[in-house]
Design a protein around this ligand. Structure first.
Ligand code: SF4
Ligand code: SF4
Length: 56
């Protein structure tokens, strides 16, 4: 199951740089993960300071 970024996201951008498949992009008010590209590695969750990415 792909990771999803919750409303807790503060748009710091840290996860975008860590994603090995460039599945993360800046969205409207928070960052977003393209579920068709995410390989569920968990790097974004490990990097996020507020724990926003989680498996849906
Ligand atoms: Fe990218 Fe891995 Fe996060 Fe999926 S789980 S969005 S592949 S960093
Ligand atoms: Fe949002 Fe966390 Fe990604 Fe920063 S690292 S952009 S707070 S999901």
């Amino acid at each position: 199951m792909a990771y999803k970024i919750s409303e807790d996201c503060i748009s710091c951008g840290a996860c975008e740089a860590e994603c090995p498949v460039s599945a993360i992009s800046e969205g409207d008010g928070k960052y977003e993960i393209n579920p068709d590209v995410c390989i569920e590695c968990g790097a974004c969750a490990d990097t996020c300071p507020v724990g926003a990415p989680a498996q849906a």
